[in-house]
Design a protein. Structure first.
Length: 493
């Protein structure tokens, strides 16, 4: 089955209503997904991307019903991950010599997955073009780390269609193909979930790449993604959304998540949330038990929040494992411009809260006071939790709040539970950097060590970062200097 997209472009992809897991089991696809492949029939016949490997046979069968496979002149693979290039083995068995246009990095990953180094790969770079007849061309735009090193987009001139691959997509399955035909709330929820869980670490690059593409001044009539819908109506809306989300995004929202052995930490969460709401009724407050809720939804809420509170009971003197897992994810997603604080109840020792606080600090959050409660919080301890919530609400407020109420006699008599505090580590101002300050690529974590330089780019050992030329590209991911930040020496070794 094919769907007409525009002029001589047809969708020849595959819908997947039942998929529930992506990237192993790390991304839950409650709305299914689609694998969008496009067939262009101009002077030349071009296939853009394939589908997930589990649909290989159906895909090739359907494609053969649409076009004589031998008449396909070119295959374009924008990204080598198996949900897009997965049907290549089945397809290329039928058309073995057909040129495959992809990035240089994609050759490595396609060959690594399919083990056919003899395929007719044609590596392309940004700005390269392919004449497809009828006065139209395909122009290639490398998008490394959006979200793999091999990713690229393909722009079709005249029709002004941008085949964007993963970027601007969603894991969303619907019988309708176009954005103006589906439920708008569902659509934007899935777009934001996709961005928050997959693209957040690459936000600096998202901004740089979109500005680069906009700088070409190309008209865009459609954005044809590789997952979910095709943006036909106001296609630039999703591009503008990405720019907004990539720019240290936050809403007036606070998210609390925790795990609780005996309900005590949950009681603390409830009381803290009450205190926040009491002082700032306008702020959205969301609470989740990580053991019982969809992890990707919690991470999306973190993405939307100005601040988070992370709670755990102390178990074996450390935090509960599901909280630790969430903190590992949050560290990898590299959220910025957010505040955080830890809380939790304990019995013999309170190691969990200390560890959470340290992990939050290492993950780049601006840290506020943490809060511990010994055993089950009683009325006094819960009053302290509410007061803690009030303090954080004032501290994290995005707008002026009413003056705090006077402390009541009951609250004043409460014996505070043990409270720990750690000051956030301030990054040194640029002027204070030493010449031997190492620099961290925030996209791929490669570290520039001034002592070593980067001889492959003619940067001699001993060159401080300030003297590294602006043309420098990260050897790890190929991105420029703009995504580098100073990193602590101990974090870089
Ligand atoms: Fe949709 Fe990166 O694969």
């Amino acid at each position: 089955m094919s769907i007409h997209v525009k002029n001589n472009i047809h969708w020849v992809g595959q819908r997947d209503w039942e998929v529930r897991d992506f990237h192993g089991t790390e991304y839950k696809t409650h709305k299914g997904t689609s694998y969008n492949s496009y067939l262009i029939r101009e002077g030349k016949n071009v296939l853009i991307d394939t589908v997930d490997h589990k649909f290989s046979r159906e895909f090739v069968q359907n494609l053969a019903a649409e076009i004589d496979l031998a008449s396909i002149d070119y295959v374009v693979i924008n990204h080598a991950e198996e949900d897009h290039a997965g049907a290549l083995t089945e397809l290329m068995a039928r058309i073995p010599g057909t040129p495959i246009y992809c990035t240089h990095n994609a050759i490595d990953s396609i060959t690594g997955h399919h083990h056919h180094p003899e395929w007719n790969f044609q590596p392309v770079k940004t700005g390269d073009s392919l004449d497809i007849g009828n006065g139209k061309q395909l122009v290639f735009i490398e998008t490394p780390m959006l979200h793999w090193p091999d990713s690229m987009m393909t722009y079709m001139t005249e029709d002004a269609v941008l085949f964007s691959n993963d970027a601007f997509g969603q894991h969303y399955c619907d019988e309708h193909l176009f954005n103006d035909e589906v439920d708008q709330t569902e659509l934007m929820e899935q777009c934001q979930r996709y961005y928050a869980n997959i693209l957040t670490p690459f936000s600096p690059l998202v901004t740089a790449k979109i500005k680069e593409v906009l700088g070409f001044n190309l008209p865009v009539s459609m954005v044809a993604t590789s997952h979910g819908i095709v943006w036909r109506e106001d296609p630039t809306q999703i591009i503008l959304k990405y720019l907004e989300w990539a720019d240290h995004y936050q809403e007036d929202r606070i998210t609390l998540f925790y795990d609780s052995m005996s309900n005590n930490t949950r009681m603390m969460a409830d009381a803290i949330a009450q205190g926040i709401h009491e002082v700032d009724p306008g702020v959205a407050v969301k609470i989740y038990n990580v053991a019982r809720h969809d992890k990707n939804e919690i991470l999306t809420q973190v993405f939307r929040s100005k601040g988070i509170l992370v709670g755990s009971s102390t178990m074996n003197n450390v935090m509960m494992p599901k909280v630790a897992g969430m903190l590992e994810e949050i560290t990898g997603l590299r959220f910025r411009n957010k505040r955080a604080s830890a809380f939790g109840s304990y019995g013999w020792t309170g190691g969990a809260v200390d560890r959470i606080q340290t992990r939050l600090m290492d993950a780049g959050f601006d840290i506020s006071l943490s809060l511990k409660a010994k055993w089950r919080p009683d009325g006094s301890a819960l009053a302290l939790c509410r007061e803690h919530g009030r303090q954080l609400a004032r501290q994290w407020a995005l707008h002026p709040l009413e003056a705090p109420r006077p402390i009541t006699t009951t609250q004043a008599a409460v014996t505070p539970a043990p409270v720990i505090a750690k000051a956030p580590q301030a990054a040194p101002a640029a002027a204070e950097w030493d010449d031997d300050q190492p620099m961290l690529c925030t996209v791929c974590q490669w570290v520039y060590d001034p002592a070593l330089g980067e001889p492959d780019q003619l940067v001699a050992p001993g060159t401080p970062w300030a003297q590294v030329p602006d043309s420098f590209l990260c050897p790890g991911c190929g991105i420029g200097k703009e995504v580098f930040e100073p990193c602590a020496v101990e974090a870089c070794v």
